[in-house]
Design a binder for this molecule. Structure first.
Ligand SMILES: [Zn+2]
Length: 217
């Protein structure tokens, strides 16, 4: 069960305790925190998700800004999760799913900007124990929200490699890679076909080819 009155009381208590000022009530369910000025923008806690957003922004002010933004986001989301649990609200599972997507997408952004994986804390690695971060090395990682997925997200890895490298890899399986120059619907697409065949499988780009044939550079 979710109780807005209890949520409002709890928010008020924390705001008072940490001397945080709400400079604006947000109409959507997102928030913002200026930790130095101790000012936040939060939604009215009309549901558990919005309540969690309030907790998230409050935690940003309590903690200030750390070294890594994904770590800040992890702490803020985790705090919100703990508060949901503490007050006995329903909706923990949904928040957890959102948290997994949200934090992982921030780690991926840091990774794409050359984050040294040593900087991912043990606690975060434990939280994502199903993720093999070593698989990320040498690839760009994109994480998008996917509510249908039990993990809460979809992960896409794009690999940096040359055309030659993947050609050699496919050759070993008696496959040929070609870029279609025929003036039809396949024009500009990548085609992978068996050596003696005329037709093959079409791909929009080399990343898709790599993914399909499980090519690892
Ligand atoms: Zn945040």
């Amino acid at each position: 069960m979710y109780d807005q009155k209890i949520a409002e009381k709890h928010i008020k208590k924390l705001l008072k305790h940490y001397k945080i000022h709400v400079y604006q009530w947000s109409k959507s369910s997102c928030g913002k925190a200026y930790y130095k000025q101790k000012r936040i923008k939060i939604p009215h806690p009309t549901n558990v998700d919005r309540f969690a957003v309030c907790m998230h922004e409050i935690k940003h002010v309590i903690d200030g800004c750390g070294k890594f933004s994904f770590e800040d986001e992890f702490k803020a989301d985790k705090f919100a999760l703990e508060q949901i649990r503490e007050l006995g609200f329903e909706g923990e599972k949904e928040w957890l799913s959102r948290m997994r997507w949200h934090v992982l997408s921030r780690i991926a952004m840091a990774h794409n900007r050359r984050l040294d994986h040593k900087n991912i804390s043990d606690e975060i690695k434990e939280f994502f124990k199903d993720i093999d971060f070593s698989y990320w090395v040498g690839k760009k990682i994109f994480v998008s929200r996917d509510k249908e997925n039990p993990n809460g997200y979809k992960l896409y890895a794009s690999v940096n490699f040359t055309r030659k490298e993947i050609e050699v890899f496919l050759e070993k399986q008696n496959l040929v890679l070609e870029k279609s120059e025929i003036d039809d619907s396949t024009y500009g697409k990548w085609i992978v076909r068996e050596l003696e065949k005329t037709f093959g499988i079409e791909f929009d780009n080399l990343s898709e080819v790599a993914e399909h044939f499980k090519f690892r550079p």
